[in-house]
Design a protein. Structure first.
Lengths: 116, 111
């Protein structure tokens, strides 16, 4: 089973709202990722968690706040977003090897976010 | 700046033909390479990964890697209209747990 689930599927929020995106996997993967994808563009890495610790933050604005409560769950807290933050937000997970480096990433279905 | 380059397409092939998708990468240290298929409005779906020079076959799909030329390709045999999608090539980022994605090639299979 290579399933990564994400909720909600769609989200509309105003610029003053606070909302959260949730991602879950039960494959025993210890690396989890958040990506942002705009139309006709490739996924753009935002954050990487490895063994529940934040290992990569790609200079993402602080209005996006990731959280990894346990090895199966990944959240992305959203606050004071801008209309240009409207995009498909993808979660992914992968196994980890002690040597580091890139493993096969499995993507969830994504949350389509619209900021008004 | 680590880069993965793909022709954006569209690449148009008739049903039953072989579709050939190509990708070059700049980081000579990359060890792992991935092909994802993405239908419009959906998330990327893993097609294949390849780590070693040469060919790797899985059903109708063959991935080819040439590290000396820094070149990865994906061949789709007996192309079907359902293969019409954007194909993303990704290279493993040396030393950290991340992928560098190409901009994708849009494939259109004509019935």
């Amino acid at each position: 089973d290579t399933e990564v689930t994400q909720t909600p599927k769609h989200l509309v929020m105003g610029m003053t709202n606070k909302k959260s995106l949730k991602c879950e996997q039960h494959m025993g993967h210890r690396a989890m990722y958040w990506y942002k994808q705009k139309a006709k563009k490739p996924p753009e890495l935002m954050f990487v968690y490895s063994y529940e610790k934040l290992s990569i933050n790609e200079s993402v604005p602080s209005r996006f706040s990731p959280e990894c409560p346990n090895s199966s769950l990944l959240n992305l807290h959203l606050h004071a977003l801008q209309p240009e933050d409207s995009a498909l937000y993808l979660c992914a997970s992968s196994q980890t090897r002690g040597t580091g480096g890139a493993e096969t990433q499995y993507f969830g279905p994504g949350t389509r976010l619209l900021v008004l | 700046q680590k880069e993965v380059e793909q022709n954006s397409g569209p690449l148009s092939v008739p049903e039953g033909a072989i579709a050939s998708l190509n990708c070059t990468y700049s980081d000579r240290g990359s060890q792992s390479f991935f092909w994802y298929r993405q239908y419009s409005g959906k998330s990327p779906e893993l097609i294949m990964f390849i780590y070693s020079n040469g060919d790797k076959e899985d059903g109708r799909f063959t991935a080819q890697l040439n590290k000396a030329s820094q070149y990865v390709s994906l061949l789709i045999r007996d192309s079907q209209p359902s293969d019409s999608a954007t194909y993303l090539c990704a290279a493993g980022d040396t030393g950290r747990r991340a992928l560098t994605f190409g901009s994708g090639t849009r494939l259109q299979v004509q019935p």
